[in-house]
Structure formats: structure tokens, C-alpha cells
Design a protein around this ligand. Structure first.
Ligand code: PRP
Length: 181
């Protein structure tokens, strides 16, 4: 079964635009961490596409780790403040520089929780790299160091971003057509 051809009301970022912007962010990260023991942490599931593209462009001797943090519950598009981290984080953190990779920062609760977690584990530094930033929706103060694109208050899908777990595999990003909400 294919997804509907009109699933997006508008394409926001094409594959080419995402790849170009990711390369630019990777160049900055390459420069910023050239002397540091970097661990890049992918937040499942949404960030997988962006994480992979970013990693391919890093020239650093770095480590990759994966965690699962959830803030959206069930089939709603509401976001809740109580974020749960369900993947065990048993990798070495102490003394390392941590770069959290997100597909989107919305209210900021997920990143805030991850940020605090890593800080409490005595890592050397923590920064956030997000492909999309919905700044206008922020409920807690979180300022990602690396931002791909700032977007408005639209429900976006594709390139890892889902609606009810669907449409993550669309290789570009667009606004979900309201008739499918
Ligand atoms: C999404 C996204 C971020 C978070 C952002 O994850 O990947 O992790 O929500 O929202 P916030 O800033 O309001 O906390 P989600 O919980 O939907 O899980 P998923 O990545 O598996 O889709």
C-alpha cells in the first residue's frame, strides 16, 4: 500500500536542500570538535535519517550511540512535559563531549531532559544539533548550537518525522495535509 500522493500540502525542504544544509552543519562540527573526544547521540526514531547524513559528513574520530526519548503519547499530536527515556544509556560519558542529534526541537522538553541527564553524568560538554527548530513553541529554554532550519508551527512529516508512526520514509520534509489529520 502506498502513502497518498497528496499526503503533504506543501514540501518545505527537498532532499537536496537537506543534504546541503547538513553538510554545512557537519563542517562546523568538524571544526568545533577537531581536538575533542566526541560521542554523537542519535535520538530514535525521528533523527535517524538526519543522523546518518550528518555522520557521513563528519571527518572526526567519534563514537555513535542511540537512545530513545518519547514525548508524544499514542496517536495524538499533543506533546507532554514528562519525557521518558526508554533505551538504556550504558555507554561511556564521563569526560566526553556529547552531541545530541534531533530531528526536531519543539517544546524543548525532550532535549532538556537529555541535556540534564548527560550533564549529571559528568560529561565534558553537551550540545544539541537539530535539523528543525520550532522555536515559537518552546516551553523550556533550550538553545541548540547547530540548527538546520527554523520552521513555524506546522505539523511536518518525512525524513524521519512521523504522524502516527507513518511517513517517516518519505525522503523529504513537508507539511501534513490537514485532510489526513
Ligand atoms: C519527537 C522528536 C523529538 C521530540 C521533540 O520525538 O524526535 O525527540 O519529539 O519534541 P519536544 O521538543 O516537544 O520534546 P517523539 O517523541 O515523537 O519520538 P520519535 O522520534 O520516535 O518520533
Amino acid at each position: 500500500m502506498n502513502y497518498p500522493v497528496d499526503i503533504m500540502s506543501e514540501v518545505l525542504f527537498t532532499e537536496e536542500q537537506i543534504a546541503k544544509r547538513t553538510k554545512e552543519l557537519a563542517q562546523r562540527i568538524n571544526e568545533d570538535y577537531k581536538d575533542s573526544p566526541l560521542t554523537v547521540v542519535c535520538t530514535l526514531k525521528g533523527a535517524v535519517f538526519f543522523f546518518t547524513e550528518l555522520m557521513k559528513n563528519l571527518k572526526l574520530d567519534c563514537r555513535l550511540e542511540f537512545i530513545k526519548a518519547s514525548s508524544y503519547i499514542g496517536n495524538t499530536t499533543m506533546t507532554l512535559g514528562n519525557v521518558t527515556i526508554s533505551r538504556s544509556m550504558n555507554f561511556e560519558i564521563q569526560g566526553r563531549d556529547i552531541l545530541i542529534v534531533e530531528d526536531i526541537v519543539d517544546t524543548g522538553h525532550t532535549c532538556a531532559k537529555l541535556f540534564d541527564y548527560f550533564k549529571n553524568q559528568k560529561c565534558h560538554s553537551v550540545q544539541i544539533c537539530t535539523l528543525l527548530d520550532k522555536k515559537s513553541r518552546r516551553q523550556v529554554e533550550i538553545n541548540p548550537k547547530y540548527i538546520g532550519f527554523e520552521i513555524g508551527n506546522q505539523f511536518v512529516i518525512g525524513y524521519g518525522l512521523d504522524y502516527n508512526e507513518a511517513y517517516r520514509n518519505i525522503p523529504y520534509i513537508g507539511i501534513l495535509n490537514e485532510k489526513y489529520l
